[in-house]
Design a protein around this ligand. Structure first.
Ligand SMILES: *[C@@H]1O[C@H](CO)[C@@H](O)[C@H](O)[C@H]1NC(C)=O
Ligand SMILES: *[C@@H]1O[C@H](CO)[C@@H](O)[C@H](O)[C@H]1NC(C)=O
Ligand SMILES: *[C@@H]1O[C@H](CO)[C@@H](O)[C@H](O)[C@H]1NC(C)=O
Ligand SMILES: [Zn+2]
Length: 406
């Protein structure tokens, strides 16, 4: 997810905790680049009556809400007086946000994921093999779990990656959930047993390890990798614009300080290069590529870079249709599905298009919950339901893969 999603005022105002990011007026040009949140304010509001909710509702429509990446300053100051009546329950703080107080106290999360993988590699060596496909820009290993019964020498495979974009934390959570569920239900669930017996899953829980780490320690809304640029002080490349497929065309930026910066050349990022190399080597074996992002509640397939229908559209389309129905059956959460270009937006150089162009017939990108109310800050209580329903979709796609489609 790149562009901000603005929730409808009503829905937002009626929820118990409202997070507002106000882009207050600052001189043009000064708000960008060095401190992306300069001039922003975080305001938490809890409406306590219907009247307050309505008042908030009225203001919400006019503000830039829930996003820290909007391009230009919105003259929000004029709306601030409306909020004065709430000030006794309102925390407005600029420092808080720039100094990343919204971040959890610990930065050990990544270490936890790693030691979790090491542990599984030991305790479930019959189903799991952990290996590294390379090193990140900052030198972290790029770990992948190969999941599946070693029953035959050759098995078809499904690739799953999470966390291409650092701030989309629900992604890595889902990848871990998938592995945990697979191991726990291998004995009891015939569908899971079939999946693990007949296929391998290559699972990369954190693709953009440097960015992910940075989003836990410094900037909760960091999206890109952390590579340095020789001419600009801005770090990072959008790891989902850096692939060699219509590279740096529509929906990507040449400017190193933009969140959709495509990089100096295709596969300039060691993370992208390592995964592309791995997938290229196994393009015959890998039948599905699944990439997990947030947020939008969408299941997307190629093309991303142009408005056009892929060949064999009907097999991919029916897989998507069934998957979103399976997902909805859990908690009634509706996903839109379709070609990424027309369903979300046009973007070039994406991993999904690249996988498809390199011969992986089923290429999907999930945009997980929600549709913008919490956005990247999906609360912990929603992790489990989100992962549970997503699991149904992934199983459904995988079972589709095991059948013939014509
Ligand atoms: C996972 O375990 C295997 C042995 O079962 C070992 O060869 C391999 O090095 C381990 N992976 C990692 C990343 O330590
Ligand atoms: C996949 O989803 C479709 C539609 O909900 C359903 O009919 C089908 O049984 C599901 N298949 C599996 C294996 O879950
Ligand atoms: C797409 O069609 C080609 C031939 O028309 C076929 O070889 C290929 O397996 C099909 N892919 C899928 C996903 O059905
Ligand atoms: Zn994303």
């Amino acid at each position: 997810m790149n562009l901000p999603v603005i929730p409808t005022g009503r829905r937002a105002a009626l929820l118990p905790l409202c997070l507002l990011f106000l882009k207050t007026w600052v001189p043009v040009h000064s708000y960008l680049y060095n401190n992306r949140y300069a001039g922003d304010k975080v305001i938490r509001l809890v409406p306590e009556s219907e009247r307050e909710a309505q008042a908030l509702n009225a203001i919400f429509h006019q503000l830039t809400v829930g996003s820290c990446t909007t391009g230009g300053p919105v003259a929000a100051q004029q709306h601030l007086p409306h909020l004065r009546g709430y000030s006794h329950r309102c925390t407005c703080s600029r420092e808080q946000f720039t100094n990343s107080a919204t971040l959890p106290a610990t930065s050990k999360h990544q270490i936890h994921i790693q030691s979790w993988m090491y542990r599984l590699n030991k305790t479930h060596s019959d189903l799991i093999h952990m290996f590294s496909v390379g090193k990140s820009y900052e030198g972290r290993p790029l770990f992948v779990l190969k999941l599946g019964k070693r029953s035959r020498p050759y098995k078809r495979a499904v690739w799953i990656d999470c966390g291409i974009h650092a701030r989309e934390w629900i992604g890595p959570a889902f990848c871990q959930w998938f592995v945990k569920e697979a191991l726990q239900t291998y004995q009891s669930d015939p569908a899971m047993r079939r999946m693990l017996n007949q296929l391998y899953f290559y699972i990369m829980p954190v693709f953009n390890v440097d960015g992910y780490h940075f989003s836990w320690t410094n900037d909760r809304f960091w999206r890109k990798t952390r590579s340095k640029n020789s001419q600009f002080r801005c770090h990072g490349v959008d790891a989902n614009r850096n692939w060699k497929v219509k590279w740096c065309d529509e929906g990507a930026s040449f400017h190193p300080c933009d969140d959709t910066y495509c990089g100096p050349f295709p596969e300039s990022e060691p993370e992208v290069k390592a995964v592309a190399h791995f997938l290229r080597k196994r393009r015959k074996q890998i039948k599905a590529y699944l990439s997990f992002h947030a947020y939008a509640q969408m299941l997307l397939y190629p093309y991303s870079y142009k408005y056009a229908t892929i060949p064999n559209f009907s097999c991919v389309e029916s897989a998507a249709y069934n998957a979103v129905n399976a997902l909805q059956s859990a908690y009634g959460i509706r996903y839109r599905y379709g070609p990424a270009s027309s369903t979300l937006y046009v973007s070039s150089g994406s991993s999904m298009d690249w996988a498809y162009k390199n011969g992986i017939p089923y290429a999907f990108a999930f945009e997980l919950r929600d549709t913008g109310h919490f956005g990247f800050l999906l609360p912990e209580t929603l992790i489990k339901p989100t992962c549970t329903e997503t699991m149904l979709a992934v199983k459904n796609i995988t079972m589709h893969l095991l059948k013939k489609c014509h």
